[in-house]
Design a protein around this ligand. Structure first.
Ligand code: X2X
Length: 334
């Protein structure tokens, strides 16, 4: 039980005058977990949201932020969330969240968004709303705004990836979600599903040769230390839903819930801007750390997915309704 509803006033130590903590334990204490590193912009913005909530609720709601897999990997955190031990969880709809809401992964299909304009039009619009509705059906409450996790690129340690043929048989880590495994199988690679919490050590010990992620994650999780090459494939875009455990969420009075939701959604919007700013410098920063970049012809990668029947297969899985919504922003895919 994380949701401590204290009736007694627990005075904190005297002399805490400089602290932003309330003078007594908050009525509602929420635990908010996710996988990203301490230095990722998501962590700073989540902490900022927590401060804002504490002040705007006059100390009644305290959110404790647990980044960097402090509470366990994504698979563990999802279990904790469903059991109510975790109140808020940031997770990609393509990642473990898709194991309980399969349709939430649709925005991760390869090469569907040309740019961020197309991304936010879809995800703040009809398609995103449909996915939030699906998430709402499994006793989770999704916040309105997604948090950017960036376009993804492939890193490797033993060889450079210039064409889909270069991926043949390459052992590559993917997050735990069926779409990811399917996509890398369609590229001809040998994907292994591993949580982000285990990624650095899986690369270091050569359980896998490569992985794919945003430049922000390659930087903040220090993956450049255990990877040599980065192919700028931008093969898919990813983002996080912020989801709450429904029972715990509804135990909070409506006026306080509104403050929490607004603070979290505003933080998501600020984080999107942070990512856009970072995008202008990360390649240079990572090159300075020794990562060797190349810019492959991405059309060849998209064609590889097409000819492997990848889009057709997933069209059947997602169904025509979602597919039509997707194609209304992404254009014809099959
Ligand atoms: O696990 C990953 O690679 C990450 C951090 O990008 C996601 O959560 C999908």
């Amino acid at each position: 039980r994380t949701f401590l509803q204290t009736t007694t006033s627990v005075a904190l130590a005297a002399g805490a005058g400089l602290s932003v903590r309330p003078a007594r334990a908050a009525e509602f204490q929420l635990r908010w977990g996710f996988n990203l590193a301490e230095s990722h912009p998501i962590t700073a913005r989540a902490r900022e949201a927590a401060e804002r909530v504490l002040s705007e609720t006059k100390g009644r709601v305290e959110i404790n932020v647990f980044p960097n897999n402090q509470l366990g990997g994504d698979t563990d955190m999802l279990s904790q969330l469903r059991a109510g031990g975790l109140d808020l969880f940031l997770n990609s709809g393509i990642n473990v969240l898709s194991t309980i809401v399969p349709s939430a992964s649709i925005y991760g299909l390869g090469f569907i968004f040309p740019d961020y304009g197309a991304v936010w039009k879809a995800m703040d619009g009809q398609l995103g709303d449909a996915l939030r509705t699906a998430i709402g059906k499994v006793n989770l409450v999704p916040m309105a705004k997604m948090w950017d996790n960036g376009f993804r690129n492939i890193t490797t340690s033993s060889k450079q990836i210039n064409t889909p043929a270069d991926l043949k048989g390459v052992k590559i880590r993917v997050p735990v979600g069926a779409l990811w495994t399917s996509m890398f199988q369609a590229f001809g690679a040998a994907p292994t599903a591993i949580n982000y919490s285990e990624l650095y050590s899986a690369l270091q010990t050569k359980i896998v040769d490569g992985q794919e992620n945003s430049l922000a994650n390659i930087f903040t999780a220090n993956l450049f230390e255990v990877q040599k090459y980065c192919a700028l494939t931008g093969h898919m875009w990813d983002a996080f839903f912020c989801v709450a455990n429904k029972r715990n969420w509804e135990a909070i009075p409506q006026d306080l819930r509104a403050i929490v939701a607004t603070a979290i959604n505003d933080a998501a919007m600020a984080e999107r801007k942070d990512m856009a700013t970072l995008a202008t410098t990360l390649r240079g920063d990572l090159a300075k750390k020794g990562l060797i970049f190349n810019e492959p012809d991405v059309n060849a990668f998209r064609d590889a997915l097409r000819s492997a029947g990848f889009y057709k297969e997933w069209r059947t899985k997602y169904g025509e309704e979602l597919w039509t919504m997707l194609e209304s922003t992404a254009g014809k895919l099959t």
